[in-house]
Ligand binder design. Sequence first.
Ligand code: FES
Length: 132
Amino acid sequence: MMYSDKVMEHFYSPRNMGILGDANGIGEAGDPNCGDIMKIYIKVEDNIITSVKFKAFGCGSAIASSSIATELIKGKTLEQAWRLTNKSVIEALEGLPALKQHCSVLAEQTIHNAINNYRESQRLELWKNDLK
Ligand code: FES
């Protein structure tokens, strides 16, 4: 089987799918090659992501990646969520085929954009990829 059970499970039963009405950070990212688009809504309270939802106009791996990514950042601080790499998304999914690794990169980028969107609204300094 090309896809792990974990990928299939998150594809068939995505977690936290939808729109978060009271989000205070929204991030979007797209991959110009495949045309897939991901959107993540976060609600940040006292530096903690207390709710998160996603929408993905994309492939099964994009749906599975964003679904598991929302689980991984829920309840985390902004710093912890920022450090979620696409590699940890792949690990949590028990692997992605080589051609589908960019789907997990999309999840990482979308989270970064949502966090910076929140930080911008709070007039906080925007973070760069290499945040220490
Ligand atoms: Fe592009 Fe999955 S094929 S995000």
